[in-house]
Ligand binder design. Sequence first.
Ligand SMILES: *Cc1c(COP(=O)(O)O)cnc(C)c1O
Length: 386
Amino acid sequence: MIPYGRQDISQADIDAVVEVLRSDYLTQGPMVPRFEQALAAYCGVRHGIAVNSATSALHIACKALGLGPGDWLWTSPVTFVASANCALYCGAQVDFVDIDARTGNLSVQALEQKLEEARRTGRLPKVVVPVHLSGQPCEMEPIRSLGEKYGFQIIEDASHAVGGRYRGEPIGNCRYSDITVFSFHPVKIITTAEGGMAMTQDAGLAASMSLLRSHGITRDPGQMTHEPDGPWYYQQVQLGYNYRMTELQAALGLSQMHRIDDYVARRHAIADRYDRLLAGLPLTMPWRQPDGYSGLHLYVVRLHLGGSTRRHREVFEAMRARGIGVNLHYIPVHTQPFYRGLGFAAGDYPEAERYYTEAMSLPMFPALTDAGQDEVVAALGEALAS
Ligand SMILES: *Cc1c(COP(=O)(O)O)cnc(C)c1O
């Protein structure tokens, strides 16, 4: 089976993890801060808060921004469920903004229209979560302008996008957002097995997220209500969680980090080759924004099947039967049973739903060979012709 995504582990990665296993600290040692500082420096941002998943990062990001009961968070329906669930963890409510058919990202035009309506009905969002689908940056500059006009804060869900750039600058620098979140799940650009990081320029948000990551406990006398009782002393000053990343994970992440640029360059070479090999097939290849450099976590084609969901399914089945692990990113979140239970219904976001009837993620990972890619293209050609 050729999977749609797969980690790349080098001997240096293995050595880095083994070295931690032999060291004094498996958690709360020196590797986590080293990984945080290295990735923050790479992104050109002041703070990085490493956690055990991007889902946790989204949760503490929402908390740090003060999202709570009575508040709204808006995101794209074409994303992993975590981008929306984070609001519900905080007791806030979720709403969605339909996608731009060309990029699959949240549509700035739809966002603006919805904001205008929400202003009239008094339901403006406190937080908007643009998701850089496939690694392609959202139009952050206009989204930030809308944030200033309508008073919302921004968390970039950049789970697909580490190593990408927007207008020449690294994604994660938070020029147009309050917080940017990365995921290091094995299918993503770099991995720590499980893991994530929240980047921010704001020292207050960084301090708040650090507290939330570890039970709301501080050992910093400056954050305590009185002088420490003694050298053992700590205070719990908030209700936090155990969302810590281990030293093993941080060592792996730090080692992987040295290859981010190579990984993303390799993904671009694979995408360029797909673009050439797929020309002529009845499908739309992924659009690449001229002002962005995608992380290219995914290579999503849209099949031209005259709207037939049966044909869509048959093409998937044919590909899987030939050992090509194609996938679908994503099932629109609002159509999930849990979200239907909150009142969402089919038809709410037509562009997202149309995307779902056409999209297919082809294998995309650094170790994908030309021969493997040829096999994918041949299988797809046959599946579409049959
Ligand atoms: C993978 C992913 C997440 C969640 O990441 P975890 O690290 O697995 O929690 C969130 N949002 C998007 C868009 C993702 O692709």
